[in-house]
Design a protein around this ligand. Structure first.
Ligand code: ZN
Ligand code: ZN
Length: 408
């Protein structure tokens, strides 16, 4: 009997996992540069957190949640996204003021699996809680843009929009509903059911959207405060040289967004799932979760989709050094490995007593940049170093190995 990974999940193994590690390390770096602290949150929450926080009328809550009852009879749900949990956690602390939170990890949605749409998928994201300032929106958008650019996502564009707030959106939704009612004939079944409960989502439907290109846009119905906020966000993005495109019919799939909505699109991604991430402002979310008002803005990026854009271009050397041990020099080889690892050099070696030839094959297979041969020269305090890309080889002092490795 053999087992397979569950449908819609992936085993991320080397060499592909090297890309993932690089993206996660870069993520930690970029989030820290912008002052976002790490938060580690439960993988499951009381079902109500998502039902309220994501929205009863959303596809996520209606069709895609992994909900189960635990042995104590509680209804729990594997997190389908990160924002509701971060806001729940912040409310639970009772704290006031600002929280700048960064997270990364697996999310779960019961979807029809396809490339870039997995049942277990990985996100990195930030939430900027406690500020209504447009500068916070701009900072968040900039961070995502800088990270994706540094990660090497090709053909990246930033789409921005404002979808109004509790003041101006009701009037817009009435206008939108009237428009949609006149076009019932061209709407899909899902959109027909959403026409009353969540009409803005109809603009997000891949099937219907192309037929609704003249739909009224929320940006044309903003109240004064929302319009000013949107102006300030765009001005700040221009000041920071973040290129963006206005996308007047961009809406977000989750109910809690207000004002700013944005998406990062990889135009080179050869799949329908060409958004690598997105986010927005969600000033009403904390109250939906039964808490005091806490404004917030954030984004989540899909690592699975980022990797789809990158996999072909990746060239990584996972090891700096592979130590090839001749004859009975295994103890010396292990000591050298220990020293190099302590120096911060990625080092591995054979522990099975294989032949020198087999060890060189392993060095190649493991993608090492350099092979170090520990042989009779060791008694004179020397090792043979070989650059595995060029074949260049020389004998150097043991003490020079770390410097030599860093030089190449
Ligand atoms: Zn539709
Ligand atoms: Zn408004």
């Amino acid at each position: 009997m053999t087992f397979r990974a569950p449908k819609g999940t992936d085993d991320i193994l080397p060499p592909a996992s090297r890309t993932w590690r690089r993206l996660l390390l870069m993520w930690e770096d970029w989030a820290a540069r912008y002052g976002y602290d790490l938060v580690l949150l439960p993988f499951f929450e009381t079902t109500e957190v998502f039902a309220r926080g994501v929205g009863e009328s959303t596809e996520v809550v209606q069709k895609q949640m992994y909900t189960f009852e635990d042995k104590g009879g509680r209804s729990l749900t594997l997190r389908p996204e990160g924002t509701a949990s971060v806001v729940r956690a912040f409310l639970e602390t009772g704290a006031d003021g600002i929280l700048k939170a960064a997270y990364s990890g697996a999310m779960f949605r019961y979807e029809r699996p396809q490339a870039g749409r997995r049942r277990q998928f990985y996100q990195v994201g930030v939430e900027y809680l406690g500020s209504r300032a447009a500068a916070a929106d701009a900072e968040v958008i900039e961070l995502g843009y800088r990270y994706l650019t540094d990660a090497g996502v090709p053909g990246l564009s930033v789409l921005v929009n404002s979808i109004g707030d509790r003041v101006c959106r009701p009037a817009y939704l009435e206008v939108l509903k009237e428009y949609l009612k006149e076009r019932r004939a061209v709407l899909c079944d899902d959109s027909l059911t959403r026409l009353e409960s969540n009409p803005m989502r109809v603009l997000d439907c891949k099937v219907c959207a192309p037929r609704l290109s003249d739909a009224p846009s929320p940006v044309d119905h903003l109240c004064m405060e929302c319009a000013t906020h949107y102006d300030e966000v765009r001005a700040a993005l221009r000041d920071m040289d973040v290129p963006y495109e206005e996308a007047p019919r961009l809406v977000r799939g989750l109910d809690y967004y207000e004002r700013t909505a944005f998406e990062y699109v990889a135009t080179d991604l050869e799949t329908a799932q060409n958004a690598v991430g997105g986010g927005g402002r969600y000033d009403g979310l904390a109250e939906l979760l039964g808490g005091k008002p806490v404004p917030g803005v954030g984004f989540a990026l899909g690592l699975d989709r980022m990797v789809l854009t990158l996999f072909e271009v990746e060239e990584l050397e996972p090891l700096d050094v592979y130590i090839v041990v001749a004859g009975d020099r295994r103890g010396d080889g292990a000591k050298l490995a220990s020293n190099l690892r302590y120096e911060g050099i990625r080092t591995d070696l054979d522990v099975e007593g294989r032949s020198v030839k087999a060890q060189f094959r392993a060095a190649d297979r493991r993608g090492a940049a350099t092979a170090l041969v520990v042989g009779d020269e060791w008694d004179d305090g020397r090792v043979v170093v070989k650059d595995l890309a060029t074949g260049r080889q020389e004998v150097i002092l043991k003490e020079e190995v770390a410097a030599w490795t860093r030089r190449t």
